[in-house]
Design a binder for this molecule. Sequence first.
Ligand code: FES
Length: 174
Amino acid sequence: MESDNKNKSITDVQEEPSRRRFLLIAGWIGFLFTSFLVSLLTLVDFYKPKVLFGPSSKFKAGYPDEYPAGKVSTRWMKDKGVWIIRTDHGIYAFLAICRHLGCIPNWIEEERLFKCPCHGSNYNIEGDVVGGPAPRPLFRLGVSYALDGQLIIDKSVKEDRVGVREKDQFFLPV
Ligand code: FES
């Protein structure tokens, strides 16, 4: 009996280091696995594209016939911040942002001027500055036809240089 107890206690003493070793190894494996997992997730997150989907810069603005010649249309001012102008020869569009500090001018039909309420810049129907502190003309926007014949205004395409703004994508002959 005494011999049995002696044998048991010897076995317990022998098992103790191997259990400790097992726990140590298991602990390290757990730690390394967790570290690997965190690194992997961080890496995957880093390479995931961070894209913000905003509203499109293009919009359909109806048919040319909807815009009477010689008029500035304010139809898209509220929703899109754009004026559309039709002359006897064609159509162009302005971005409704003052080139001074970015206020929104108003079209005053009686004076045939775009007038900025903030610091008094005035622009004529060509978009040129005729008064006030604005340093540059209004931006003209890309104008083209959709397949169904409607106008497409592209706010991502802008031009204010005289001689360029009257051509190609910024002026649509009608
Ligand atoms: S923001 Fe238009 S004049 Fe200053």
